[in-house]
Design a protein around this ligand. Structure first.
Ligand code: NAD
Length: 501
C-alpha cells in the first residue's frame, strides 16, 4: 500500500493529538478515562465533565475554570495552529466540525429550548443547518497580488491570534459553530465567554467541536471557554494581553462595553428591523412571508421582522392576508392588555423595556394570558397600532407584530427610520416599484436589506449568499466570515527576478 507524505503527516498529527487528549482528560481529577481501540476517548466521558463541574487548570476539552488558563491554552494552540498546520489542514478540520455538528443538531436544538426557555425547536434545527452548511471556510481568504515596474505586491489574510468571542442566548450554539468556522479558518483560536443562560448547551457544543478537531488531527484547545461566564470574566478577557480581538454578538449594552475596552472590537449588536409594504406590493406574498419571518424561532433573531408599515390602500388587504397565513389579529383592548404583560416601564421612567419572561415564547402561550385559548397552531399575533407605540419602538423579540397604517410611502419611510433607532442592522420592503426600493435602501442604510421576502433570506436562510449569526453593523464588518476575523498583511518584493513579464 502506498502512503503519501501528506497522509503520513496527517496520521502523525492525529496520534500526537490523541495522546494530548488522553493526557488532558486523565489530568482532570475524578475522571475515568475510557479508551477504545483507536486510543480515543468515548464521547459520553467528555460530555459528562460539563455537568459534574470537576475543576482543572488543564481544562476539559476546552472548558476551563479560570480566564487566564483558558487564554493560555488557546494561545499555545494558536501558535501550533499557525506554525504547523497548512490551509488544507484547516479545510479538513472545518469539514470535520461540520460533520460533528450535523450529528448533534436535533439534540442541541432541543437542549437550547430547554435551557434558555426560548424559541422553537424546528426553527433552531433550520438555523443550525444554515450555519453548518453555509458558513464559508478558509476558501474565502483570497490572496491579492499586484505587479508593476517597481516590483510585486502580495496581500494576504493573516490571523489576529487569540479572539475572545461573546455569544448570545438567542443563538448560543449556532453562534459558536458559525464563529468557530470563521475564526479558525483565518488561523485564529477562540476563547468563548458564552451567555450564562446557555452555558450547558454551549459547553457541550464546544466539547463536541474540540473532539472533532482533535480526531481530525488538529490541536487541543483550538476553542476554549469559561465554565462560569460572567460580566467580570469579559473584563478579565479584555484586559489579557494575549487576547488580540474582542468579538461580541448580542445586545447594545455588551457591544458598547466592548467598544470602551480599548481593544480592537468587532461588535454585532441589536436590531429592530422595520418592513415597508407599499401601495404597489403583492399583499398576498407580503402576508405569507412576513408571517413566516416574524414567527421564525418566536422572533428572537436580531434580523427578524419586528414592525410593519403598510401604505394605504393596502393595510386592510395585508391584515387579511397575514391572518390567512395563520396570524391572530388582536383588537385594541387585547393589544393594551398585552403591552402590560410583555413590556414594563423602564426604571428611569422613560419608555418601556421587554419583560424577559415573555421573550421568545410561543404566540399561543402569550395569547393565553389574555384569555385567547386553543391557538396551538398559531405562530404569530398581530395588532394595528400608531407609529410611536411601544410595540414598535422596543425590540421585543416575541411573536407579537405591530402593524402601522401609513398614508404615504414617505410617511412609512419616516416611521421605519425612527423605529430602527439608527442600528443600521436589517430592513425589508415589499414593493414592485424599483424607485421605492432604492429610496428606502438609501435612507435606512442597513447592513441587510431584503426585497420581497423574509429578512432571514438576507443571511442565506432561504436566500442566496453565505450565512452568519454575527452581523457586525456598529463596527462595519457586516455579514461576517473568515475574512472579517483576519488582518491584512502586505509583502512587497522589489523588482528583481520574481516577475515573469
Ligand atoms: P445580551 O446582550 O443580554 O447578551 C449577549 C452576551 O453579552 C452574553 O454573553 C452576555 O453575558 C454578555 N453581556 C451582556 N451585557 C454585557 C455587558 N455590559 N458587559 C459584558 N458582557 C455583557 O443579549 P441576548 O439577550 O443574549 O441576545 C439578544 C440581543 O442580541 C438582541 O438585542 C439581538 O438583537 C442581539 N443580537 C445581535 C446579533 C447580531 O449579529 N447583530 C446576533 C444575535 C443577537
Amino acid at each position: 500500500m502506498d502512503i503519501s507524505s501528506q497522509e503520513i503527516e496527517s496520521i502523525v498529527k492525529q496520534v500526537i493529538a490523541g495522546m494530548q487528549m488522553s493526557q488532558t482528560t486523565a489530568n482532570a481529577p475524578g475522571n475515568t478515562v475510557s479508551q477504545g481501540s483507536t486510543g480515543r476517548m468515548s464521547e459520553p466521558v467528555f460530555r459528562q465533565n460539563v455537568s459534574t463541574g470537576t475543576a482543572s487548570v488543564n481544562g476539559e476539552l476546552g472548558v476551563f475554570d479560570k480566564a487566564e488558563d483558558a487564554v493560555e491554552a488557546a494561545w499555545k494552540a494558536q501558535r501550533d495552529w499557525v506554525t504547523n498546520y497548512k490551509i488544507e489542514d484547516r479545510q479538513r478540520i472545518v469539514e470535520a466540525i461540520r460533520r460533528a455538528a450535523r450529528a448533534h443538531v436535533e439534540e442541541w436544538s432541543r437542549n437550547i429550548v430547554e435551557e434558555t426557555g426560548m424559541g422553537r425547536y424546528e426553527d433552531k434545527v433550520e438555523k443550525h443547518l444554515a450555519v453548518i452548511n453555509k458558513t464559508p471556510g478558509p476558501e474565502c481568504l483570497s490572496t491579492e497580488a499586484m505587479s508593476g515596474d517597481t516590483g510585486l505586491m502580495l496581500e494576504e489574510y493573516a490571523p489576529f491570534g487569540v479572539i475572545c468571542s461573546i455569544t448570545p442566548t438567542t443563538n448560543p450554539t449556532e453562534t459558536i459553530i458559525n464563529n468557530t468556522i470563521s475564526m479558525i479558518s483565518g488561523g485564529n483560536t477562540v476563547v468563548y465567554n458564552v451567555h450564562p443562560r446557555a452555558k450547558k448547551v454551549s459547553a457541550d457544543c464546544l466539547q463536541v467541536l474540540n473532539k472533532a478537531i482533535i480526531e481530525a488531527g488538529g490541536p487541543a484547545n483550538l476553542l476554549t471557554m469559561l465554565r462560569e461566564p460572567t460580566m467580570d470574566s469579559v473584563d478579565q478577557l479584555a484586559a489579557n494581553p494575549k487576547i488580540r480581538l474582542m468579538a461580541g454578538t448580542g445586545g447594545m449594552g455588551m457591544v458598547n462595553a466592548l467598544l470602551r475596552s480599548g481593544k480592537k472590537c468587532i461588535g454585532a449588536g441589536a436590531g429592530n428591523p422595520p418592513v415597508i409594504v407599499d401601495e404597489t406590493a403583492d399583499v398576498e406574498l407580503a402576508g405569507k412571508k412576513i408571517y413566516e419571518g416574524a414567527s421564525f424561532d418566536n422572533n428572537i433573531l436580531c434580523f427578524a421582522e419586528k414592525e410593519v408599515f403598510v401604505v394605504e390602500p393596502n393595510c386592510d388587504g395585508f391584515l387579511h392576508t397575514i391572518q390567512k397565513a395563520g396570524a391572530y389579529l388582536l383588537n385594541a383592548a387585547q393589544t393594551e392588555q398585552l403591552v402590560k404583560i410583555c413590556l414594563q416601564p423602564k426604571k428611569n421612567g422613560q419608555g418601556y423595556e421587554v419583560n424577559k419572561k415573555w421573550v421568545g415564547q410561543d404566540a399561543a402561550r402569550i395569547l393565553e394570558q389574555i384569555g385567547v385559548t386553543g391557538m396551538e397552531q398559531c405562530r404569530l399575533a398581530v395588532c394595528e397600532v400608531p407609529a410611536d407605540h411601544p410595540f414598535v419602538m422596543v425590540e421585543q423579540m416575541m411573536p407579537v407584530l405591530p402593524v402601522v397604517r401609513c398614508q404615504s410611502f414617505e410617511t412609512a419611510m419616516e416611521y421605519a427610520l425612527a423605529a430602527e433607532h439608527g442600528n443600521r442592522h436589517t430592513a425589508s420592503i415589499f414593493s414592485k416599484d424599483v424607485n421605492h426600493m432604492t429610496q428606502f435602501a438609501r435612507l435606512i442604510e442597513t447592513t441587510i436589506y431584503v426585497k420581497n421576502s423574509c429578512t432571514k433570506a438576507g443571511v442565506g436562510i432561504g436566500g442566496e449568499g453565505y450565512c452568519t449569526m454575527t452581523i457586525a453593523g456598529p463596527t462595519g464588518e457586516g455579514i461576517t466570515c473568515a475574512k472579517s476575523f483576519c488582518r491584512k498583511r502586505r509583502c512587497m518584493l522589489a523588482e528583481g527576478g520574481l516577475r515573469i513579464i
